[in-house]
Ligand binder design. Structure first.
Ligand SMILES: NCCCNCCCCCS
Ligand SMILES: [Zn+2]
Length: 344
């Protein structure tokens, strides 16, 4: 299986994340990339390919131009105010203050475009997000050209990024950008299966009114798990998109037996919807020792996950999302890819 990776994905080196009322080193750290690469090499995945540059057009096919412009300018605007810290949102439009205009100052713009305060913006963020999107698109092109599975080592991740919102460590929604490009290349329907522990609120929001992308997500129940305000089973898509959003929220502590049972139900929905391509938002924070998640999958379970994903028999693009147990992330990602390719 071909691995797409760019060293530019490490250009984002944020120093702070607001977590538990403190500024801590971000869970989504550049070292994740190195550990994944090491794990892949150790497992025999040595075909590493640099992505081509795809520019911003594929991003603008999914994200609003004003949002992309905000991401491009936020850090410079923040620095121009002489601030010591990193750009973190701290005021938002809320239930009692709808925010019908986008403020002109960077603090107001951060609040307009940020999902939460867990994702700081620093130098290199925009560059890394572009590299991550390029990784996803080059990996997609390979899948479309060959029918072979490919893995995009995307960093930063993307599934929490909505049409005009960043957060949950995500800026460009790599899976959504790839899905749109596959449709533009002539496919009629694409499935995005999000197996990250956290609900892919951004991906859902982008496609929830459309029937050409089936969004299926298995995740921690938002009543107790981030992103908290989206991902319930009764969110099924709207208008044209009714029936093309499928959410499987599961309780904290869910283990492999239940998780795989639900995966089979998710696969059945994908089968019966006639999708020509499977994009997997591959978060491995479902791992039992993930520091910010609450499922109980073992490293061996990731091998089984890959085997079951491969059994769908669709051209498959796997894109890196979350996973914060840095010591084991390389083994866990490699196990999914090994399981996927074991049958071939
Ligand atoms: N106390 C941990 C803060 C978690 N912040 C959001 C988690 C985003 C996961 C992305 S896959
Ligand atoms: Zn996650």
């Amino acid at each position: 299986m071909r691995i797409y990776h760019s060293e530019m994905s490490k250009a984002r080196r944020a120093r702070t994340e607001l977590d538990g009322g403190q500024l801590v080193p971000p869970w989504e750290c550049p070292e994740r990339v190195d550990m994944i690469l090491a794990g892949l090499r150790k497992a025999g995945f040595t075909e590493m390919v640099e992505p081509a540059e795809h520019g911003l057009a594929p991003v603008l096919a999914v994200h609003d131009a004003d949002y992309v412009d905000f991401l491009a300018t936020c850090w410079d605007d923040w620095q121009a105010l002489g601030r010591e810290g990193e750009a973190i949102a701290w005021i938002w439009p809320t239930r009692t203050m709808p925010g019908r205009r986008i403020p002109s100052c960077v603090d107001g713009r951060l609040g307009h475009y940020a999902l939460g305060a867990d994702t700081s913006i620093c130098g290199g963020t925009f560059e890394a997000a572009q590299a991550s999107k390029d990784v996803a698109l080059s990996a997609l092109d390979h899948v479309l050209a060959t029918g072979e599975p490919a893995f995009g080592l995307c960093r930063p991740p993307g599934h929490h990024a909505a049409v005009d919102q960043f957060g949950g460590y995500c800026f460009f929604n790599n899976a959504a950008v790839a899905a749109q490009r596959a449709l533009d290349a002539g496919l009629s329907r694409v499935a995005i299966l999000d197996v990250d522990f956290h609900h892919g609120n951004g991906t859902q929001q982008i496609f929830e009114q459309r029937s050409d992308v089936l969004f299926v997500s298995i995740h921690g129940d938002p009543m107790t798990c981030f992103p908290y305000f989206m991902g319930h089973a009764d969110e099924v898509g709207e208008g044209e998109g009714a029936g093309y959003t499928v959410n499987y929220p599961l309780p904290e502590g869910t283990g492999a037996e239940v998780w795989f049972h639900v995966l089979e139900a998710a696969k059945e929905r994908i089968r019966e919807t006639g999708c020509e391509l499977l994009i997997v938002s591959l978060g491995v924070d479902t791992f039992e020792d993930d520091p910010i998640s609450a499922f109980k999958l073992s490293s061996d379970d990731f091998t089984e996950m890959g085997r079951r994903l491969g059994a769908l028999g669709l051209p498959t693009l796997l894109l890196m999302e979350g996973g914060y147990a840095v010591e084991e992330i390389g083994v866990n990602v490699a196990n999914v890819l090994s399981g996927m390719t074991s049958g071939v």
